[in-house]
Ligand binder design. Structure first.
Ligand code: S3P
Length: 195
């Protein structure tokens, strides 16, 4: 498939199998969970939040996994879960911000779905995550520096993985959800009509 960038989103009918699932990728605080939860049912998709599912299966919070097993342990669990979930269809999957770091995950996402990058600025992230105390990677003396460093490392990887980019605007969640729905509907409709 020709990878779409901002706005160019129409896969050809032969790409139908690529939209078995929709993957929301992007950094912490970009709205993957809140928007995904709102939009999935409207599109007739099951909503899965990978971190929540991991916490449900492990019985502990992500921060505890980081504490006990380190980031490497968390990444392995994250990969195993993604490999499992990606086998199912008709899901809108909110991934964790670092999921794209593992090339195996990028391969899974591209093989089992259509990836949309919710792109947020560091300023937006800082505002939205102001009260967050649950994310281990935010436990840094200088959050802005940490988020900038993550963005510098990860933005090229989000860009490489994404089929489409949706810029996070300073709009109410309900309005952003409408934009996400409008962005995804043609992708799913194209797939349905090709079945
Ligand atoms: C992480 C993002 C988190 C979670 C974990 C690591 C990251 O998910 O997976 O704390 O590496 O950016 P969200 O993007 O949903 O906050």
């Amino acid at each position: 498939m020709k990878r779409g960038r901002c706005g160019s989103i129409m896969p050809s009918p032969t790409d139908a199998k690529l939209v078995d699932n929709i993957f929301l990728i992007g950094p912490m605080g970009s709205g993957k969970t809140s928007l995904g939860r709102r939009v999935a049912a409207r599109l007739g998709l099951d909503f899965i939040d990978l971190d929540e599912e991991l916490e449900r299966r492990c019985g502990v919070e992500v921060a505890v996994i980081f504490d006990i097993e380190g980031e490497a342990g968390f990444r392995q669990r994250e990969h195993d879960l993604l490999a499992d979930i990606a086998q199912r269809r008709k899901q809108l999957i909110a991934t964790g911000g670092g999921v794209i770091l593992d090339p195996r995950n990028r391969q899974l996402i591209n093989a089992h779905g259509y990836a949309i990058w919710l792109k947020a600025s560091v300023d937006q992230q800082i505002r939205r995550l102001e009260r967050d105390r649950r994310r281990p990677l935010l436990a840094a003396p200088d959050r802005r520096a940490r988020l900038n460093a993550l963005a510098e490392q990860r933005n090229p990887i989000y860009a490489e993985t994404a089929n489409q980019v949706l810029e996070s605007r300073n709009l109410p969640v309900a309005r952003m959800a409408d934009l996400l729905e409008s962005a995804l509907r043609p992708v799913l409709d194209t797939a349905d009509s090709a079945l």
